[in-house]
Design a protein around this ligand. Sequence first.
Ligand code: PMP
Length: 359
Amino acid sequence: MRVFNFAAGPATLPLPVLEQARDELLDWRGCGMSVMEISHRSKAFIAVAQESEALLRELLAVPAHYKVLFMQGGATAQFSAVPLNLATPESSVEYLNTGSWSKKAIAEARRFCKVSVVADQAASGYNDVPPRDSLRLTGSAAYVHYTPNETIGGVEFDYIPESGSVPLVADLSSTILSRPLDVSRFALIYAGAQKNIGPAGLCVVIVREDLIGRARAGTPVTLDYQAMADEGSMLNTPPTFGWYLAGLVLRWIRAQGGVEALGERNRLKAQTLYRAIDESRFYRNPVAKHCRSWMNVPFTLARPELDRQFLTEANAAGLTNLEGHRSVGGMRASLYNAMPLEGVQALVAFMKEFERRNG
Ligand code: PMP
């Protein structure tokens, strides 16, 4: 039986995608083998790679002067690749710190250049984003980096920072493809696949062409955007099965009506859960209302001693992976594209019933 899986990533995938992958597992497109068993250099696989790039470009309306790269090492590798490709050791770069993933990106960038943290949300307990007009960017950094959605804190920017002519870099791991996005506002976007794109193993990088070809000496070739772009993201053997599945997910997104339709659905899903939390005196979400994440909804119980029981009973009801990140505790429901509204409704019904019995 399939459960409603609220995991933060690797996360739930669309059922029709899994069914198709199952159906073609042993004999993919009549070649008598699975897609995992053929060369990444074969015509058939190159067609998969090209189709997924074309779909991603179409879904996000990626302008022609951006390259789309399918890289490895997860979003974490991009914490290093970004400074290695866009900054020299002497460069100053600016980071916004809105939570756990920002902090990791900052710590890694510090190994490669001079990092200045231009906004730090510590005072809000990382439950808010810096007000738009409070940002003091110098305008002379090699780039500005931020995390539009903090997967652990459940904080999502409700605006795109204005960086002027300084390249704006965004870690969109947990929100890419969840609603429309104006790619042209960014110089570089990266996103680990295991939430809204497919299984773990790939990281999508969308980078403006003029920022490619500037990697500093000593950059590992697998992290060099130019080398990756020159080889069509096949500098070495890519995770072919994950790439194939990503292609199926992208097709599924198009069949759903694209990011506009998913955005509406995601808004409704998030509203449904936040309303239930706000209407109750038993559940609580600490994030400022204007920047609550549509994808990751952390919440706590008024009686934390009931956390275990809540999780056990939820599990038994087919609502799984609701445990909050180990660093913060409590609960977290991730509502990525593949989570249907019915899953959120089932969660809300369970929460009401749990509160009635234990509140
Ligand atoms: N950034 C964000 C916003 C994330 O949510 C995650 C993973 N949860 C990462 C970076 C790290 O991704 P990976 O594990 O693919 O390196």
